[in-house]
Design a protein around this ligand. Structure first.
Ligand code: HQG
Length: 183
């Protein structure tokens, strides 16, 4: 498959596995898993995906720069590693974060964030990175990027839970402004 087709399929998978399975009449289980055979047949029937096949899905999973998706050990199911807006239980274990984590956003959101803290908005969690480079790329998606430094270890010590997704994105429910510094 061409990189264009891989990209299109990745976007389709993000859409149905993170946000809107019902768009193709698909159901995810409580932990966010979809049956791959069902995903293929319903994706193709709906016209939302073109020429979806097991091989194409496998290649998207293998080549995803951010390792967005994971196939279960028995090969029957697939789920997104993070980024959901629908309620799924990824069964992530709370983990101790490093002292500092970074959040990339756009300058136009800054005033609101410094006032009310970071909120998960449409998603289940606020997404954080261990490095400034990744945070910059994330922030760039919405405009002129700005990096926020989060006092993650202090938050953790004060009772907030942090999780590390399968693809190394740090997640937490929300971040009060006292833990946020403009870098
Ligand atoms: C902002 C991509 C105003 C927040 C990326 C962000 C990431 C506020 C936006 C993943 C706010 C939500 C997630 C407040 C938060 N006032 N704005 N109080 N609190 N915001 O897309 O972190 O390529 O839901 O700063 O790489 O940008 O899809 O979150 O700008 O890992 O795999 O509200 O999505 O991964 O935007 O990105 P998003 P995000 P994928």
């Amino acid at each position: 498959p061409s990189s264009k087709q891989l990209n299109k399929t990745s976007k389709f998978l993000s859409f149905v596995l993170r946000h809107k399975p019902e768009a193709i009449d698909l159901t995810l289980d409580d932990n966010g898993w979809a049956n791959i055979d069902e995903l293929i047949s319903k994706g193709n029937d709906s016209g939302e995906a073109s020429n979806l096949s097991r091989e194409l899905i496998q290649e998207v999973v293998d080549t995803s720069d951010k390792k967005r998706f994971i196939i279960s050990g028995d090969g029957r199911s697939i789920r997104a590693n993070q980024g959901h807006s629908i309620q799924v239980d990824l069964q992530l274990k709370p983990m101790t974060p490093p002292e500092l984590l970074y959040h990339g956003t756009a300058t136009r959101f800054l005033d609101s964030i410094l006032e009310e803290g970071l909120k998960p908005q449409e998603r289940q969690h606020v997404h954080l990175s261990t490095d400034i480079e990744t945070a910059t790329a994330v922030g760039q998606r919405y405009g002129k990027p700005v990096i926020l430094t989060i006092k993650a270890l202090l938050m953790h010590e004060q009772g907030f839970q942090f999780y590390l997704s399968e693809n190394s994105v740090w997640l937490t429910e929300s971040i009060p402004n006292i833990y946020i510094d403009e870098r």
